[in-house]
Design a protein around this ligand. Structure first.
Ligand SMILES: C=C(O[C@@H]1C=C(C(=O)O)C=C[C@H]1O)C(=O)O
Length: 117
């Protein structure tokens, strides 16, 4: 079993111990659907959600890298890492598009990009 310091690596599956109950979830249990048609819709749409999440995470990582370029240039010039007036613009952009939860999302993005303040 591949492991690092006793922790199993992501994506590895421990074989079931002989005699242990099979806890495999049925499709109905996994999706919460009450019909096979609904289960098919949910399973397909979840694949799209997972693919979108992968793209969103990639975009966030790209945003972090671009934000770091800006911060590094400002710090190298003698300025500060954080620019609150710009952060207000970013917060406004997200709240205009997504409402109050957009503000929380923008605050999380800013923390990912410039750390906690
Ligand atoms: C990237 C910048 O630096 C910091 C990071 C920001 C961001 O990630 O959006 C916004 C303002 C600054 O606190 C910037 O000034 O544009």
């Amino acid at each position: 079993m591949p492991s690092v310091r006793g922790r199993r690596l992501r994506g590895t599956v421990r074989p079931r111990r002989p005699g242990a109950p099979d806890m495999t979830l049925s499709t109905a249990e996994k999706t919460g659907a009450r019909t096979s048609e609904a289960a098919d819709v949910i399973t397909g749409a979840r694949e799209r959600v997972d693919a979108l999440d992968d793209r969103i995470i990639g975009l966030i990582q790209e945003r972090m890298a671009v934000s770091a370029v800006i911060q590094d240039a400002r710090i190298a010039s003698g300025g500060r890492r954080v620019n609150l007036s710009r952060e207000m613009e970013v917060l406004g952009h997200y709240s205009d598009a997504l409402g109050r939860p957009g503000t929380g999302l923008a605050m999380t993005l800013l923390e990912l990009c410039r750390g906690r303040i």
